[in-house]
Design a protein around this ligand. Structure first.
Ligand code: 3PG
Length: 219
């Protein structure tokens, strides 16, 4: 595979590694390592751990230390402080729901690849102005889904997207067929009840199915 686990990937390398980036919410540190192993076993290595729980940073540290084949990313990065904390916890890429110049700068200073979140043409232009061309489209299905991605392809042919929000096993293929979509993001790979029950085999199965999704040629 292109990215070795010792490297910090670029945003496009993060997006190209597999067709899906799992959006992960962890409530217990004890779940972090077995969950990461289950996803890696299914072929999904780029893991977005959201900064939505008090244990998120500890989970990133544990996975970075104990699952060398996983590449830990931080999700829900909303500020420069979040970016610094994530980098200190071992994150190698960041995903944000929206975009600010200060947060983008902090990611650059920390050497973190960033998938900045956008939902409008003006937000794409602001991110582009700062040099970001691999973007998260959030909340994808609520904001316009495949139709909006098609509309953006005209004015922004060089921009690549990871639609996230309302994406699932049923609609992922339609998004991945678009020429400006490299991968999708979603929480469907890690159902809360499976994590709580420690049903890692089920998660490996969902991940393996996600890893087999096809994307458009040339993205
Ligand atoms: C995100 O946090 O990026 C999205 O809320 C994930 O959305 P989903 O739960 O609809 O996949």
């Amino acid at each position: 595979m292109a990215v070795t686990t010792a490297q910090r990937p670029s945003a496009l390398e993060v997006m190209r590694d597999a067709p899906v980036i799992p959006v992960i919410v962890l409530d217990e540190v004890a779940h972090a390592v077995p969950l990461a192993r289950a996803l890696v076993a299914g072929g999904i290595r780029m893991l977005e751990i959201t900064l939505r729980t008090s244990v998120a940073l500890a989970c990133m540290e544990a996975i970075s230390r104990e699952v060398p084949d996983a590449v830990v990313g931080a999700g829900t990065v909303r500020s420069a402080a979040d970016a610094r904390a994530a980098a200190n916890a071992g994150a190698r890429f960041a995903v944000s729901p929206g975009y600010t110049h200060a947060m983008g700068q902090a990611c650059r200073e920390q050497g973190l690849a960033l998938l900045p979140g956008v939902a409008t043409a003006s937000e794409i232009m602001a991110a582009q102005e700062d040099g970001w061309l691999a973007l998260k489209f959030f909340p994808a299905m609520q904001a316009g889904g495949p139709a909006l991605l098609k509309a953006w392809h005209g004015p922004f042919p060089e921009v690549r997207f990871c639609p996230t929000g309302g994406v699932n096993a049923a609609n992922a293929a339609d998004l991945l067929a678009l020429p400006n979509v490299v991968c999708v993001g979603g929480s469907w790979l890690t159902p809360a009840e499976a994590v709580q029950a420690g049903d890692w085999a089920r998660i490996t199965g969902i991940a393996a199915e996600a890893a087999r999704l096809h994307r458009a040629a040339g993205t």
